[in-house]
Write a protein that binds this ligand. Sequence first.
Ligand code: AMP
Ligand code: SF4
Length: 468
Amino acid sequence: MTERMFDRELHEECGVFGVFNIHDAAELTYYGLHALQHRGQEGAGIVVSDETRLLGVKNEGNVRFVFPENVLKKLTGQHAIGHVRYSTTGGGGLLNVQPFLFRHGSGDFALCHNGNIVNSKQLKNRLERNGSIFQSSSDSEILAHLIQRETRKDRLDAIKEALIYLEGAFAFLLLTKDKLYAMRDKHGLRPLSIGKFNGGYVIASETCALDAVGATFIKDVQPGEIVIIDKHGITYDSYTPDTEEKICAMEYIYFSRPDSDLLGLNVHRSRKACGRILAKEAPVEADIVIGVPDSSLSAASGYAEASGIPYEMGLIKNKYSGRTFIEPSQALREKGVKMKLAPVRSVIAGQRVILIDDSIVRGTTSMKIVSMLKDMGAKEVHMRIASPPIIAPCFYGVDTSTIEELISATNSIEALRQLIGADSLAFLSMDGLSEALGHRSFCHACFTKEYPTHLYDDIKEANKDGKF
Ligand code: AMP
Ligand code: SF4
């Protein structure tokens, strides 16, 4: 097991959670963020309002670490926003942990964000030339500066005007002393859902967080929509008529929790459908079907169901591996110290195994698992991937890496099979993925290079020669 494999688990995106008009808003936000912890463990923060002031706490680490009871108790108020973070554009460090709290004569506000702005460099340069001073390297601060340029306007008009400048993926929450705003980019690349709870409102990156706090789902925030919640209730507005639904396919394939519903489609069901369709597209004779825990188990069960080959628990995940653990030295690694995944010998030995994973990024995971299964005595290992080959990087906040690290970008399927050491290898087709996602319109740029937004020259440059 390599460091990369150990590392990858932690590399996810961000999650946002907001509360309006609910007693102990910070406590509810804590539970909401806890349900979104899979979206980022590098940092967490909450800003709360009691209608007279905004007060925030944030730090590096996971939600439980950042918010022990004594810290949470100090955050009194009935409105709140919170964030869990995995760094995308900004890099690590406390300065980049959100929400950001801005003090200003025109009224304080706090802001947090999930996604990635693709024209951030251009906007930042322009704002700096006009006198803005940035505290962090995060994209989210750009929106605050754009809003503040418009101080003469009504706050909602200022937000609308600012959003028009942003290109890319975003789900933003903005909290003032007495209002909560939620907005989604015009392609709706990142998910954001609204719920109702005890006379108040809850907004979350995924519906699993609404369920976790007992809120009732109302609706998904629409692409290009701004939701405004205040003492009069909830109203909906939009900042552009130029919208097109393009939710990120990887949210279904890998990121989101299986119990979340994205645009009305349950994540577990979509993964199971990917597995079922894959079984039809790429059948193979074998004795058992196993999945790589946790994100591939739904697809594995779908493959098993459709193929009639028994589903088995062939790999066990150690729930307690994480960054705080000491990694085995190279010598121990070579001896086979498996910190995170362990094959079940009595299930695997002597069997022809179909191994399902949800995706291949750099290929490290597949190589290691195939060799572990063979070491345990698997007779054959047939690798089946429940998504198409990832051939292009993501610029919208998902860590799918640069093009030269993407193993499917530089290898044919047969070359990849040999590298991985599997007896056969097949991927889900694009048509199969589309069928599994109910033929909705979604972003599939990392499989097809068809990016839904304009890409800026500095991004292409950073990704080596603009080869993608
Ligand atoms: P790799 O070893 O680089 O090929 O990574 C593939 C594994 O990482 C698969 O088991 C996926 O479940 C998981 N994965 C896919 N996309 C990501 C991502 N963006 N961040 C972290 N892990 C991922
Ligand atoms: Fe999601 Fe891939 Fe589109 Fe990025 S490029 S938003 S990972 S589908």
